[in-house]
Design a protein around this ligand. Structure first.
Ligand code: FAD
Length: 317
């Protein structure tokens, strides 16, 4: 029986779904032992009850003002102090912008290993993670020491909430000093209402949309499906949309239940960011486009005809 610590994350005041997935992973690693969670930042404690419903027995809340916005200095100090205090056997974070940044820093300072971007875990524990831009998967184990992993969003299912389960909330005083960076303002560019990295459905546009206006039918389809809108780098480079929407090797890595690629050729660098989506639909007027090799469903046609037809049909459902 082990003690496992989860660093839960909030964004715009909302608890991120990957934190609930991290709790599910933590329960596997704990082997019936103790799962504890941490919330950083003022007002973050409001989410302690939800973490309890999803399996955290104790929630440590560090509401220091320096944790209001992510900075590596503050988060590294807070997480390291918490690990020293809790002495967990394993630490689980989301493979998010924050998790990817803070986990290796803390692992290096503590002298432990880190397995990042975990997509599955099995007793042992053995961790599966993609390599070679998603073309292959490797299985990894820790030889000894504390286990530290980041999990890719949308891969390890969160457990259903049990409102009968409650967590003990423990305020945790952290000492944060010598900050080398301070966030003064956050200007967020988003592709829509749904966060791309956690979206269950993504409608994505490539150079085939031909202009910024060409994205309009994609937004309409996304609205009907409750989807996020993404893009290829081709579309971003052509200034049809913002780089925050880019999916791929040098953009965001996504694993939605449904990925609809519109006017995207399927370059290897794009596939690196989306080929693990559960169902891929490709709309492209070139029947030879490489995207069809990874697509579960392919529609050879003009996206400006096909996408509005799909929108109209989904509106009927
Ligand atoms: P294109 O390859 O030009 O494809 C456009 C497609 O639209 C074509 O297949 C065409 O048949 C189709 N089309 C045109 N009109 C229509 C229509 N009316 N209806 C239907 N289909 C239509 N790319 C990424 O996406 N993400 C990355 O992270 C990324 N990282 C990179 C990193 C490096 C180091 C390098 C070198 C490249 C990277 N790229 C990345 C770029 C990548 O190689 C491709 O250039 C890019 O993905 C192409 O974008 P695209 O598919 O939108 O454009």
């Amino acid at each position: 029986m082990k003690k496992v610590l989860v660093l839960a994350e909030t964004r715009d005041g909302q608890l991120r779904n990957v934190s609930l997935e991290a709790l599910a992973a933590a329960q596997v690693l704990a082997e019936g032992g103790e799962v504890v969670a941490a919330l950083f930042g003022p007002d973050s404690g409001a989410h302690a009850a939800t973490l309890g419903h999803h399996g955290a027995g104790t929630v440590y809340v560090a509401d220091h003002a320096a944790l209001a916005q992510y900075t590596p200095d503050a988060y590294v100090q807070a997480l390291k102090q918490l690990i020293d205090h809790v002495s967990p056997d394993a630490v689980v974070l989301g493979h998010t912008a924050i998790g990817r940044d803070v986990a290796p820093r803390v692992a290096a300072r503590l002298g432990y290993g880190l397995i990042s971007d975990v997509t599955a875990l099995e007793p042992g524990p053995v961790f599966t993670r993609p390599i070679y831009a998603g073309k292959a998967f490797q299985k990894r184990k820790f030889s000894d020491g504390m286990i530290m992993i980041t999990i890719r969003p949308n891969n390890i299912p969160a457990a259903a909430a049990d409102t009968g389960k409650t967590a003990t909330v423990v305020p945790f005083d952290v000492e944060i000093k010598d900050l080398r960076s301070i966030v003064k303002e956050v200007v967020r560019k988003t592709s829509g209402k749904v966060d791309l990295s956690e979206a269950k459905i993504i409608v994505s546009g490539g150079r085939g949309v031909k202009s910024a206006d060409g994205f309009k039918p994609l937004y309409e389809l996304a609205e009907v499906l409750g989807a996020a809108v993404g893009a290829s780098r081709g579309a971003c480079d052509a200034d049809y949309c913002d780089y925050s929407m880019q999916i791929g090797q040098t953009g965001k890595v996504v694993t939605p239940d449904l990925y609809i690629a519109c006017g995207i050729s399927g370059a290897i660098q794009h596939l690196a960011g989306m080929s693990n989506s559960k169902v891929i639909v490709a709309i492209n007027k070139d029947p030879e486009a490489p995207i069809f090799q990874v697509a579960d469903y392919g529609i050879v046609g003009d996206l400006f005809e096909v996408v509005p037809l799909l929108t109209a049909e989904f509106k009927k459902v």
